[in-house]
Design a protein around this ligand. Structure first.
Ligand SMILES: [Zn+2]
Ligand SMILES: [Zn+2]
Length: 86
């Protein structure tokens, strides 16, 4: 899956620049952003759709799709409330 793109290193958590550490830094940069996100958020069975997905929200074990689905009702409800009030 990984195209081994070393020209586009993934952003580190917090630190903008990565020192020239050969061992771990090289390993971290040897994956593309998609793979990096997968490594970072983890992958497993989504609690929303019960499919093997890359988690968008690791704490809730939700994939990106289910995470957005979960956000949608809140927005709809807020819209409905603003609509019902004359
Ligand atoms: Zn990749
Ligand atoms: Zn899902």
């Amino acid at each position: 899956m990984c195209a081994l793109r070393t020209d586009d290193p993934p952003p580190g958590p917090g630190d903008g620049r990565v020192p020239q550490l050969r061992s771990s830094a090289l390993l971290a940069q040897a994956i593309c952003q998609a793979c990096w996100r997968q490594e970072r958020n983890g992958r497993g069975i989504c609690s929303g759709c019960n499919r093997l997905k890359v988690f968008a929200v690791k704490a809730e074990r939700l994939c990106k799709h289910c995470h957005q689905d979960r956000l949608a009702p809140k927005l709809l409800r807020r819209d409905a409330m603003s609509f019902t009030s004359p």
